[in-house]
Design a protein around this ligand. Structure first.
Ligand code: GA4
Length: 332
């Protein structure tokens, strides 16, 4: 049972004006992990208003990101047949090119999708790597760092909401059998582009929301990511290879009874430069019940969604097309 530390805090804890002050010139909320106390409420504001924020001063060494980026580039520069051979078995790896998901979505992209399991003894991610482009350290240490960062961020969200149980969200991604996925994306320069090199009208990854609780993205210095604001306008997220970008996913939207917004996002291909991104997806255990926490509802207020398990949601997600409103099926 989650209890509020201070019931007042579920009301307006911070003014919208203050939340907007944390936005950069491109309308992207920026959260400074070194300013913990002021960041907890700004983070909640960002989750409510945008469902997306940039994280700076996160403490993850640049070397860790640079190593994995270099290894990913090595992998993607192999010839197509080699790549397909290596990642053909869906578990734990899957190499994909152009096709996204199982229902006909395509994009100007190739990627490696990995299912991460956790070592019972030391909580380290287990990746049985048969792809020799990736050093055990490169991949494992990076995923460990993302696990830690996702836990910190989710704890700050709980704290910012005034929940007494600071693990209310983070425990969901820290279970032994939490469904963690990791994705390396490569968007090659797009010759069909009519843009100026920054963006073009070719889709790299079509618009969608992420089904999980949160996703943590890091990319090289090629832009392309766009997010949809509440008023449905698309905003380009300037790339920053020293920072992370956090997305709220559908599951966290449900758990907060719609208070946090699962952000719609997409990637446009770049006419001149390759974009490489790495994304950590923190999902719950398959058996976990996804439902609004009672503490997220006012007295007498009803949950907006019917309860479902993560396994149920994931199975339904894989039957959908990328741009579908997957939560619509679970709305009351
Ligand atoms: C979006 C978030 C993650 O990248 C992902 C994607 C998955 C895939 O690429 O196979 C999905 C997509 C994502 C949402 C709906 C389904 C599943 C493609 C698709 C059409 C790995 C995930 O978990 O959901």
């Amino acid at each position: 049972m989650v209890v509020l530390n201070n019931p007042e805090s579920l009301q307006e804890h911070i003014s919208l004006g203050e939340v907007f002050q944390s936005f950069d010139d491109h309308r992207i909320p920026v959260i400074d992990m070194l300013k913990h106390d002021e960041s907890v409420s700004l983070m909640v504001g960002a989750c409510e208003e945008v469902g997306f924020f940039k994280v700076i001063n996160h403490g993850v060494p640049m070397e860790l990101m640079a190593t994995l980026e270099a290894e990913a580039i090595n992998f993607f520069s192999m010839n197509h047949k080699e790549k397909e051979k290596m990642g053909r078995v869906p578990n734990p790896y899957y190499y994909g090119s152009k096709n996204i998901g199982r229902n006909g979505d395509v994009g100007w992209i190739e990627y490696l999708l990995m299912q991460i399991t956790t070592n019972t003894f030391n909580s380290a991610p287990v990746i049985t790597t048969n792809i020799n482009c990736f050093s055990r350290c490169g991949l494992n240490d990076y995923i460990m760092a993302m696990r830690k960062l996702s836990c910190q961020v989710l704890e700050m969200m709980a704290q910012g909401l005034g929940l007494q149980d600071k693990d209310a969200f983070s425990r969901l991604v820290m279970e032994e059998d939490s469904d963690t996925m990791f994705r390396l994306n490569h968007y090659p320069p797009c010759p069909h582009a009519d843009g100026d090199g920054v963006g073009c009208n070719i889709t790299g990854f079509g618009e969608h929301t992420d089904p999980q609780l949160i996703s943590i993205l890091r990319s090289n210095n090629t832009s392309g990511l766009q997010i949809a604001l509440k008023d449905e306008t698309w905003v380009t997220v300037p790339s920053d290879n020293t920072s992370f970008f956090v997305n709220i996913g559908d599951s966290l939207q449900v758990i907060t009874n719609g208070r946090f917004k699962s952000v719609k996002h997409r990637v446009l291909a770049n006419s001149l430069h390759s974009r490489v991104s790495m994304i950590y997806f923190g999902g719950p255990s398959p058996k976990e019940k996804i439902a609004a926490l009672p503490v997220m509802m006012e007295e007498g207020e009803e949950s907006n969604y019917r309860e479902f398990t993560w396994c149920e949601y994931k199975m339904s997600a894989y039957k959908s097309k990328l741009g579908d409103d997957r939560l619509a099926l679970f709305h009351k």
